[in-house]
Design a protein around this ligand. Structure first.
Ligand SMILES: [Zn+2]
Length: 401
């Protein structure tokens, strides 16, 4: 495949003082799923079977969403409205809202229902330019239920072109189980089984109402022992200090960080732990905006994710997260682009994704824009024109029944 007549190509391979490695008047050639040429159109190889004329458009690497919870059933729309009307979390819970309502609906749903709704969410992510994403279990809570969601995510991967990096999530302790027995069983049984069954990473939610810092250490050490990458939902509602623990254990990513303390920044930077920021959750829950500027200035790598989930960030729009990051979190357009490409690829362990050059995977997005900044400034509207994954153009319409 040859994509030619590209007005602005973002290679994401820095050159000079341009962190996006832009090339004007470019072409990209893809063979056997991999990029074999990215450069001036005049130097492109000849003889492609399939040629896409970009008509002067902006072309970027496929976007990477490093934090999603796409497998769930049920609706939390009533809860959204209660929050909009100023009701407290306690009032929302007594009206049947909160995470446990999603857990009940997810556990009651059939495998076929969960697969179908997850595929539809991946379609929507792709329509917003996403070609790879991290996907977490997490709405069953108990070990067998989480392993079921892991199995279903593996089935979803067989049926969708978007590349999934599947994470086992320890979300909150199941209310009906003895807490210390649950943590021990999850560490000794569920985590090793998940590693054998296709999970690439373990994520632990450490916060008031979720796991404590010491429980989080037990779980993360169990994950590390079986070779899983480590991720932590950290410092969202309360400051627990778990970001320091994550850095100490060499976690790949810490996520949220609304309540991060200044003293944690140097440790995260030194450990190379990606700071995955989730503007949608801050927007929905009216939390303080994560301070991306402080993290970047402190030497941290910052990625951006949707946090797609039914309660606190119900969106598949990663470009909207880029807009929020620039409008509210002190990021430049170039930093936001890196946050959804190379930084996000690092956060999910995909070194061949998030950039365009020889040897990278053939994942590209053609935009209804000519300048990369327009995609961020022109917020909340669909600007994705065409999506290519591994050298195959994807259908962006509704999924056939
Ligand atoms: Zn999350």
């Amino acid at each position: 495949m040859l994509i030619t007549n590209i007005g602005e190509l973002l290679t994401m391979v820095p050159r000079g003082d341009d962190p996006l490695g832009r090339i004007a008047g470019a072409a990209v050639a893809i063979d056997a799923g991999q990029v074999v040429y990215a450069g001036p159109a005049s130097g492109a190889p000849q003889g492609a079977h399939e040629i896409i004329d970009a008509e002067g458009a902006l072309v970027s690497p496929g976007l990477i969403d490093p934090h999603t919870h796409p497998i769930f059933a049920g609706s939390r729309a009533p809860e959204f409205d209660l929050r909009a009307r100023g009701k407290s979390y306690a009032e929302i819970q007594s009206a049947g809202g909160g995470i446990l309502s999603t857990v009940h609906a997810t556990c009651a749903a059939s495998d076929a229902e969960l697969i179908a709704s997850t595929l539809a969410r991946l379609d929507r992510l792709m329509r917003h330019g996403v070609t790879a994403c991290e996907t977490k279990t997490g709405y069953a809570l108990d070990g067998p239920g989480e392993l079921r969601l892991l199995r279903l995510l593996c089935e979803v991967q067989q049926r969708h072109a978007v590349d999934l990096s599947i994470t086992l999530l320890a979300h909150v302790p199941p209310p009906e189980e003895n807490r210390s027995r649950f943590v021990a069983s999850f560490a000794h049984n569920t985590i090793p089984t998940a590693a054998r069954a296709g999970a690439e990473a373990l994520d632990v939610y450490c916060d008031q109402g979720a796991f404590t810092r010491e429980e989080t250490r037990t779980l993360l050490e169990a994950g590390r022992a079986v070779g899983l990458r480590l991720r932590v939902h950290a410092e969202q509602f309360t400051h627990t200090g778990v970001a320091d623990l994550a850095a100490e254990l060499g976690a790949t990513s810490v996520e949220h960080l609304e309540q991060l303390s200044e003293s944690s920044i140097a440790g995260l930077a030194a450990a190379g732990t990606v700071c995955t920021l989730l503007p949608g959750a801050a927007l929905t829950l009216r939390l303080p905006w994560p301070d991306a500027r402080r993290l970047i200035d402190g030497g941290c790598t910052v990625a951006l994710g949707t946090d797609l989930n039914p309660g606190s960030s119900y969106t598949e729009s990663l470009p909207l997260m880029m807009s929020l990051a620039c409008m509210q979190m002190g990021m430049s357009c170039a930093e936001a682009w890196r946050g959804v490409t190379v930084a996000a690829a690092h956060a999910i362990g995909r070194r061949d994704a998030g950039w365009v050059g020889r040897g990278a995977r053939g994942d590209l997005v053609l935009w209804d824009a000519t300048d990369h900044r327009e995609v961020i400034q022109h917020y909340g509207v669909p600007l994705v024109r065409r999506v290519v994954i591994s050298g195959s153009e994807q259908r962006l319409g509704a999924r056939p029944e």
